[in-house]
Design a protein around this ligand. Sequence first.
Ligand code: COA
Length: 375
Amino acid sequence: MSFTPAITGTGVFTPEMSISNAELVVAFNAYADRYNAENADAIAAGELDAKAHSSEEFIVKASGIERRYVMDKSGVLDPEVMHPLLRQRSDDEPSIMAEMAVDAAHKALKAAGKTAADVGAVICAASNHERAYPAVAIEIQALLGVPGFAFDMNVACSSATFGIQAAADMVRSGSIKSALVVNPEICSAHLEWRDRDCHFIFGDVATAVLIERIEDAKGPYFEIKSTRCATEFSNNIRNNNGYLRRSRPDGIQDRRDMQFMQNGRKVFKEVVPMVSQHVTSHMDDQGIAADQLKRLWLHQANKSMNDFIGKKVLGRVPLPVEQPNILQDYANTSSAGSIIAFSQNSNDLSPGDLGIICSFGAGYSVGSVIVERGG
Ligand code: COA
């Protein structure tokens, strides 16, 4: 016996604080000036490169990002700190990722007209997890009061679609009746705010989707018609932080590769064709023609990247409504980006309308979820 999975509710937790490009650039430039003054001799001797100023114009033109939400802006905007400052919580308090995910999960449950008791599993799919163990997902499960089981998974920016595939497959096989896939992303903590090449890229958010059997949906839903995941190893997006850090000769030294690093140009050039090809072949195999596709909810990393992919998939320039972007307000929120776009831009679709949620990023990884509006 096989069941048909559907997304029956979504939720987004948006942090209260937001940083505009103007604020970001002022802080970065103050940091760069301090750095250059402190290292004037080494820079004059050619031992160190001076840090150049960042610019708002560059950021918007190169990425389409105008602002980003963060869990803490005080540390990020302090030229003496340049990273978020998050309070140390005791082991008896909810961890910060769990708190963000629980908020998004409550919204997804409410949207679906369900309670935690209706859920069979929690998957916490994100680019970074707050600790090694116990799994953050199990803490989220406990805070929500969900029976069954929970686990963490990480496929960087593609975590949400890979999580949806895992949950949808379990619902389809009957091993669970429903699952919450949550994506709490505190990208501000892995971003190197002292590097002008990338300091504007990321923001914080948490998203949740509830996946149930189609017959359990209480309201409108999105049937999960088909999912497809692919990975290809690449070092072009990498973060070397990890639990072996202490054991290495450098110990916990402040090293650049302990934060997010990327070769942005290469990522752009290599990932755009990989994703376009992935999505078009997924559609071909499902017998879906470009003109049948009503919406593309793409990963939110870079506006030009999305414009290229949308054009390739549809065979023409997509209308803004067909390929909604949220990155101007949220920046790149890693795995959560395509789910924010989906959550905020899907209620207007009519029964029978088809769309694709697609995420991509480090790994490389790409995941696509073909959905059909129902109910
Ligand atoms: N302000 C002003 N100038 C800047 C700058 C800033 N903040 N950051 C970089 N520059 C300069 C560079 O130094 C470079 O100068 P040069 O030509 O004299 O060497 C120039 O602007 C162009 O930089 P480049 O890094 O090549 O820009 P880009 O057009 O490739 O845009 C990204 C950079 C990161 C926005 C873009 O490459 C990108 O989005 N790539 C894909 C990212 C992605 O999806 N990653 C996935 C993450 S999960």
